[in-house]
Ligand binder design. Structure first.
Ligand SMILES: *Cc1c(COP(=O)(O)O)cnc(C)c1O
Length: 359
């Protein structure tokens, strides 16, 4: 292929790559009992042929990850914290009696896909690749035991990252009826079956005129855990003395990698941080007294999103003046700058993708 053809192909891809579009390829690996993992195979993004007896469809041995690759100032791409996502997939696999994918294979799979499809990412700094690794029991067998064949794959689509833009604040509905997770359950891993039961609560939130659901602990229905598929931060105080508080990990909700990144970036910016239990009552009282000045959600998909209004069955309250506050904006900018290579990578989070091999 000549340089000209590559340019034309890239031009076509750019013209066609809208937010939400899947990219051209996927990476697939298979695991078989006795023989282990096959080598990663780059294929066109296409249907998978499945038996109606595919075990994952019946018994739910199915796990996911979600991470992003961002355009860098040198024109290349960098995947954000792929090894941390690899290790979380391993934890999810162990919890679900699934085979563990070696960390290096996970990294090779995501970088192979990002490298192959990098022309699909425009230079618009608001666009990134969302990479979705997933693994499921692909054995055709209805015996409820750990399957003997699994498929691991990575697909990808173009996502907006709100780079440099103001995202309005979200409204949150406190869910007391359906806990998302419980001690000893699977809330601290990324299991496919965690998500379908949340859709009903999400529908209730919409009926209550709110954007997102706030999840409480299952036992007391008192302690704030997460919002939607994102972790929460509360800002106590203001200015350089502000403290960023996030619910401490209890084992029942997800230890987000963005949560970890946010804690580190907040400290880098000179803020104090705390991991502690936060009750709905304290959240509300803190907002009413002015002690809690801001609340935001963070996650790979959510980036950093302000929460401006909260509703539960006793009424509504506003966080600060209801718009994204200065600490939220500063953290969001630091996170986005870190993704896009605009600040030094002191934590070793950015994983550069090698340039695509020319066929
Ligand atoms: C994925 C996810 C998050 C965010 O995790 P990140 O690693 O930051 O993307 C938070 N909560 C739930 C329930 C999730 O599924």
């Amino acid at each position: 292929m000549t340089t000209d053809t590559v340019a034309v192909r890239q031009g076509e891809a750019l013209a066609g790559a809208q937010i939400g579009d899947f990219t051209e390829h996927m990476v697939v690996m298979r695991w078989r009992h006795g023989s282990g993992w096959s080598a990663p195979e780059l294929r066109r993004h296409q249907e998978l042929a499945l038996s109606p007896a595919t075990a994952a469809l019946h018994y739910g041995q199915s796990i996911i990850e979600g991470l992003k690759a961002h355009r860098q100032p040198d024109g290349g791409l960098a995947v954000f914290r792929p090894r941390d996502h690899a290790r979380r997939l391993q934890r999810s696999a162990r919890r679900m009696s699934m085979p563990v994918l070696p960390e290096d294979d996970f990294v090779t799979a995501v970088e192979t896909l990002a490298a192959a499809d990098q022309a699909w990412l425009s230079d618009d700094p608001g666009h990134s690749f969302y990479l979705r690794p997933f693994m499921f029991a692909s054995e055709a067998n209805l015996v409820p035991r750990p399957a003997r064949e699994f498929t691991f794959a990575v697909i990808s689509f173009v996502i907006g990252s709100y780079f440099g833009q103001d995202v309005e604040s979200l409204s949150a509905w406190v869910c007391r009826d359906f806990p998302r997770a419980f001690p000893g359950g699977t809330g601290d891993v990324k299991v496919a079956g965690n998500y379908a039961p949340t859709l009903l609560a999400q529908e209730r939130a919409r009926q209550a005129d709110c954007h997102q659901v706030v999840w409480l602990d299952a036992a007391e229905r008192r302690w704030v855990e997460e919002m939607g598929s994102a972790n929460l931060f509360f800002v106590r105080g203001s200015g350089p003395g502000a403290v960023l508080v996030t619910p401490e990990l209890t084992g029942s909700f997800l230890p987000g990698i963005t949560r970890d990144t946010t804690l580190a970036l907040a400290r880098d910016l000179g803020y104090r941080t705390a991991e502690e239990r936060v009750s709905v009552d304290r959240w509300r009282a803190g907002c009413e007294s002015g002690l809690i000045t801001e609340t935001f959600a963070c996650g790979t998909a959510a980036v950093v999103t302000s929460v401006g209004r909260v509703r539960d069955e006793t009424g509504d309250w506003t966080v600060g003046d209801g718009t994204p506050g200065p600490v939220t904006r500063r953290i969001r900018q630091a996170l986005v700058d870190c993704h896009h290579g605009l600040i030094p990578d002191t934590h070793g989070w950015r994983h550069p993708v090698p340039p695509a091999a020319r066929p």
